[in-house]
Design a protein around this ligand. Sequence first.
Ligand code: ATP
Length: 252
Amino acid sequence: MSTPLMEARGLQLRFGRVAALDDVAIDIHPGEVVAIVGESGSGKTTLLRVLSGLMRPDAGAVTYRGEDVLAMPEAARRRLMRTEWGFVHQNPRDGLRLGVTAGGNIGERLMAVGARHYGNIRAEATEWLKRVEIDPARMDDIPGKFSGGMQQRLQIARVLVTRPKLVFMDEPTGGLDVSVQARLLDLIRALVADLGLAVLIVTHDIAAARLLAHRILVMRQGQVVEEGLTDRVLDDPQHAYTQLLVSSVLAA
Ligand SMILES: Nc1ncnc2c1ncn2[C@@H]1O[C@H](COP(=O)(O)OP(=O)(O)OP(=O)(O)O)[C@@H](O)[C@H]1O
């Protein structure tokens, strides 16, 4: 197998008496989609935040292409976040600039990686609006005029326009109507495959994990209780907690 893009070992993080991460290890390989599932409060978002350098663990190691993420100067981590990494927030408002037009939200990311030619930036923004199924005629609208699903698609365009290698997604379809969720999942799946992205996605939704992920990590009380290829984990869960999680979805 390829060398992992990102590796983490022995991650520990406590909030008072709560162990949000309790000796967590994870590898993410280039082009691989890994889903983190588990009940509310199991540590999924905390893991995403620690891996992306937004939060420091009490102990453990995180490397990206062999480089120590935790020892990186803040400026270097921010540069990675603008270039090789992307973060898709559950609430698009956390990932968009609300006072800036749709085209500006996409163009701004391109400018952050050195694009300067106005015509090219606008052409690329047009292309990306089409890719995420937003009418380019809405280019000069601010995100506040968009529906929740459109805002989320715009956030995805803003993140993917710079062709990151690793994208962190925190419940990207949470808070949307079921029909909108299904369409968005299909769109994410197509873009991820097309761009060959590595994705670490936190989701409550087992069906979303099945659709998108090559591999699943099941978290409970800050620990990874089960990990494996998606079909194996969902069709033949070994840990009692995973069995409960899968059967509760089947029963729903
Ligand atoms: N900033 C914080 N301060 C105090 N406790 C926190 C903080 N962030 C997370 N926690 C606690 O750490 C544990 C893990 O939280 P986390 O948000 O990672 O879980 P989660 O699995 O993402 O949950 P959800 O699915 O509800 O988003 C929870 O008990 C939570 O209350």
